[in-house]
Design a binder for this molecule. Structure first.
Ligand SMILES: [Mg+2]
Ligand SMILES: [Zn+2]
Length: 217
């Protein structure tokens, strides 16, 4: 019997090929952002503090950011057919972004994929600079901007079998929470180092084939 699935996917580098924040910082941020990333990577700075510090260096308005994202960001071409299959079977798919609402919405609209439910951090503009809000604070996790573990735990509590697809540092809490994880890039390395089981994948076609093999799709 097919379990009641709920699939959640990281956005940057998973659904998209590029990381939207990296594109923004490379074009409009100060070169100093690499130092901030290093501090976050070794735990000297929280993910929240890092995101705020990085975005405060960005010298571009909303129009410029949208233009950049539209020009630079490509989708993983296997995502759209995967989404179609999943939708046809009535399986909910939610994007869990460690980045920003503006980036998710701009890319989805431009690629004709929206509306798609997502959770992300919020960007706002005040006095000519960018600020970051974290609308999904976690009670259990003080580090993540938007902790991807919490929503997955709540879906499990509602009876869903949870599948998570991701690639990076902000996906770690999701991996701990999900029933089944697909991991690539840094996330796959981290899962191996922690002894956490995860299926390694490269594209959403791999994810689809694996789920079909389990009889879940
Ligand atoms: Mg990612
Ligand atoms: Zn977390």
């Amino acid at each position: 019997m097919k379990p009641p699935l709920l699939i959640s996917c990281d956005f940057d580098g998973t659904v998209t090929r590029q990381d939207t924040l990296v594109e923004i910082l490379n074009t409009y941020g100060s070169g100093h952002w690499h130092d901030i990333q290093k501090k976050v990577a070794v735990g000297e700075m929280s993910i929240r503090e890092g995101l705020q510090a990085e975005m405060s260096t960005v010298q571009a308005d909303e129009t410029a950011l949208k233009e950049l994202l539209t020009r630079r960001v490509e989708m993983d071409p296997s995502f759209s057919p995967f989404l179609k299959t999943v939708r046809a079977q009535g399986i909910p798919l939610v994007l869990l972004s460690g980045g920003f609402d503006l980036c998710v919405e701009t890319v989805l609209a431009e690629k004709g994929l929206g509306p798609l439910p997502y959770l992300a951090n919020r960007l706002y503009r005040k006095n000519g600079s960018w600020g970051v809000e974290f609308p999904y604070p976690s009670v259990t996790c003080q580090d993540c901007g938007h902790c991807k573990g919490d929503p997955i735990l709540s879906w499990k509590a509602q009876g869903y079998t949870t599948v998570f697809v991701g690639n990076g540092v902000t996906d770690r809490c999701a991996v701990r929470a999900a029933d089944l994880t697909f991991a690539k890039d840094d996330l796959a390395t981290w899962c191996r180092s922690q002894g956490i089981p995860a299926v390694s994948y490269q594209t959403f076609t791999d994810v689809q084939h694996d789920l079909e093999g389990r009889g879940w799709l």
